[in-house]
Design a protein around this ligand. Structure first.
Ligand SMILES: C[S@@+](CC[C@H](N)C(=O)[O-])C[C@H]1O[C@@H](n2cnc3c(N)ncnc32)[C@H](O)[C@@H]1O
Length: 204
């Protein structure tokens, strides 16, 4: 088992509690932007405990994948509260056991800030492969803040983020986009200079 799987196996039972202040203080306001205008079959990569479920549009069907069975068990429990069709499967985003062009769109929230840099390109390529030409790939991710004060605050938080979630502010996701074959539609900050929405498309 990789260290990330072990980590999420350990924290799954506390995850929603640990994240509660961020979920309600920050994430719930921005999650809808991940799904704006999406239709059809959608992949939610690194689905976690299913925090995106309330924001799925009514007319989509979703496959949520995650490498941690314990996180998926939490998502399975949450799934019963929603009417949208949601399937859950254990899978690594860098090796998706799925055919090409399966989805109309893929989303990932706070997955790429967890993935080590050497896995980012693989993961982006896999998302590109399983989304049909013309489809969307959207990422919601922490980045290293530019402002001096926020950098200091991020520096204080960084050891906790690393220990608890294996996450960092230093991932270079945007640098890997050109090699992945995905095209940038728009990249913009959704929480000050700390969280970005990266909107990508699969070329026709
Ligand atoms: C910070 S949590 C985010 C969960 C959820 N997307 C959210 O917005 O609350 C990151 C999730 O990614 C999963 N994960 C980490 N590495 C992964 C990989 N290589 N493939 C699939 N899932 C992975 C973890 O198990 C965890 O559930």
């Amino acid at each position: 088992m990789s260290s990330h799987v072990n980590r999420y196996q350990r924290i799954a039972r506390y995850y929603d509690w640990l994240d509660l202040p961020f979920e309600y203080g920050r994430y719930r306001a921005i999650r809808p932007q991940l799904f704006r205008g999406l239709t059809g079959h959608v992949l939610d990569a690194g689905v976690g405990t299913g925090r995106n479920f309330p924001f799925y549009p009514q007319d989509v069907s979703v496959l949520g994948i995650d490498s941690s069975p314990a996180m998926l068990a939490k998502a399975e429990h949450r799934r019963s509260q929603f009417t949208v069709s949601i399937e859950l499967r254990e899978m690594n985003v860098t090796r998706l056991d799925l055919p090409d062009d399966t989805f109309d769109a893929a989303v990932a929230s706070f997955l790429f800030c967890v993935l080590p840099d050497d896995q980012q390109r693989l993961a982006l390529r896999e998302l590109r492969r399983v989304v049909r030409p013309g489809g969307s790939v959207r990422l919601l991710e922490y980045v290293r803040p530019r402002g001096a004060l926020r950098r200091i605050v991020a520096g204080i938080w960084a050891p906790w983020m690393d220990w608890a979630y294996g996450a960092g502010f230093d991932r270079r996701t945007e640098e890997h986009i050109p090699e992945s074959g995905l095209q940038i539609v728009e990249v913009h900050y959704v929480v000050s200079d700390l969280i970005k929405l990266i909107d990508l498309s699969v070329p026709d």
